[in-house]
Design a protein around this ligand. Structure first.
Ligand code: AMP
Ligand code: ZN
Length: 113
């Protein structure tokens, strides 16, 4: 996707504060953090949202959960953190490349708005 900012981050065309990377996944600090730890974790392959992921392609989403756990442990926030996936505009999705928010380092309230 030529005009996708997160594809550009994944390919290194656009600068970001990358905290983890492997063949399939990249994680980088959110530019507008909502918590002391606010990391975005994305598959390098472009999916607009969870609605566009097929069975065959879903393995990477499982891997993202483990990346999130490892990042949380590295940062010492494993006693309380949240992994958030906004799907669609009505849920607050503003970037159309699937991304998980890893949030922690402060008390997180429930329910979200
Ligand atoms: P969402 O509202 O779930 O689509 O989340 C999009 C997130 O991407 C927001 O938290 C933004 O602050 C973040 N964001 C947008 N552009 C960038 C960027 N270039 N680098 C890092 N985070 C970004
Ligand atoms: Zn993309």
């Amino acid at each position: 996707m030529d005009d996708c900012i997160f594809c550009k981050i994944a390919s290194g065309q656009f600068e970001s504060d990358i905290v983890y990377e492997d063949d399939d996944i990249v994680a980088f600090n959110d530019i507008n953090p909502e918590a002391p730890t606010h990391i975005l974790i994305i598959p390098k392959i472009h999916f607009e949202s969870l609605n566009d992921v097929s069975d065959a392609e879903s393995t990477v989403l499982g891997k993202i959960n483990l990346v999130a756990k490892n990042l949380a442990m590295d940062r010492g926030i494993e006693s309380g953190y949240r992994l958030v996936l906004n799907v669609g505009k009505e849920a607050g999705q503003t970037v159309d490349h699937i991304h998980y928010h890893l949030l922690g380092g402060r008390r997180l309230t429930w329910p979200p708005g």
